[in-house]
Write a protein that binds this ligand. Sequence first.
Ligand code: TRP
Length: 331
Amino acid sequence: MEGQKPKIFSGIQPSGELTLGSYMGALRSWKALQDDYDCVYCIVDMHTITVRQKPAELRRRAMEQLAQYLAIGLDPERCILFIQSHVPQHAELAWILGCYTQFGELGRMTQFKQKSQQHAENITAGLFTYPVLMAADILLYQADLVPVGADQKQHVELCRDIAQRFNGIYGDTFTLPEPFIPKLGARIMSLSNPENKMSKSEPEGCVFLMDRPEDIRRKFKRAVTDSETEVRFDPAGKPGVSNLLTIYCSATGKEIPEAEAEFAGQGYGAFKAAVGDAVVELLAPIRQEASRLLGDKAYLEGIYRRGAEAAQCQARKTLSKVQRKVGFLPR
Ligand code: TRP
C-alpha cells in the first residue's frame, strides 16, 4: 500500500546528456525500484546553475531528460517525476537548513574542493551551499533511501547530520535518510580511459543514450583495451576489457563467465563489435521512444506539471512543520 513502502528520492542534474553510465549505474535501478518503493525522481535544475549554463540549452536538456526518464520506463502513474525549480519549497527549506549547517562542514565536501578548483574564477555561494539544497531535496519528502553514486555519498551523510541536528533541537521532524547504492548498478568506465568513470566531460569515451547507432559502434570500435588478446575479466590488470565485459553483460543480462566463454579464442575486434551491437540494441528503443515523446511537448508539460503538484503536496507539509518549529508566524 502507498505510504507504507519505504520512500526513495533521487535526482540527476540536467547538466549534460544522459549517458550509458548513468543508465546502467542509476536509471535502470530507478526503474526497478518503482515496484517496491514509493519513489520521487527529480530533475535538479537548480543544482545545475551552480556552474554557468546557457539558458536555452538548460531548458532543452531538462525537457530531454524528462523524455528519457519516461522512455526508460519511469512511470508517472507509479512514481513522482518533477523538475526541482517548479517546487519552491526546495529553495525555502534550503535557506532554513543552511542556518543549521556549519561553514566548516561545507568546506570539507570533496566535491566542493574539486569543483572550486575546476572553476577557480567562479566559486559562488551556490557552489558552496549545494549540499544544503540537496539536503532540502531529500528531507522535504522524508526519504528513507537515496540511491546515489559513490561520489554523492558524502552529501547524503551530511544531509543526515543536518537532519539529526535539527531533530535534536526541535524534536522529530525529518526521517533520517541513508545512501543506497543499488545492487543492480554497474560502475561503467570511460571507453577511452578505462581508469576513469564514464563521463560526459570526455565525450569520446562516453556513450550517450541518444547517440546514433553508427556513433555507438564507432565508439566501441575505438575502445581502449590492452596489448594481450584474451577476453578475460580482470579489472585491475585489464581495465578496458573488463569494462567492456561489464557493459556487455549489463546490456544482455549474461553473466561474466558466460561472456568470457563466448569470446574465447576470438580477437578483440569481434568482441568490441559485439559489445557495440548489444548496446545499440539496448538503446534503440529508448532513443526511439524519447524522440517520439519530444515531438509531443504538450504531453511532457502535462507530466511535469502533474509531477510538480504531487511533489508540492508533500513538500508543503514538511516545510510548514519546519517553519512552525523554528518559530515563524503562520501566514
Ligand atoms: N548532487 C547529485 C549529483 O550531482 C544530484 C542531486 C541533487 C541529488 N539533489 C539530489 C541526488 C538529491 C540524490 C538526492 O549527482
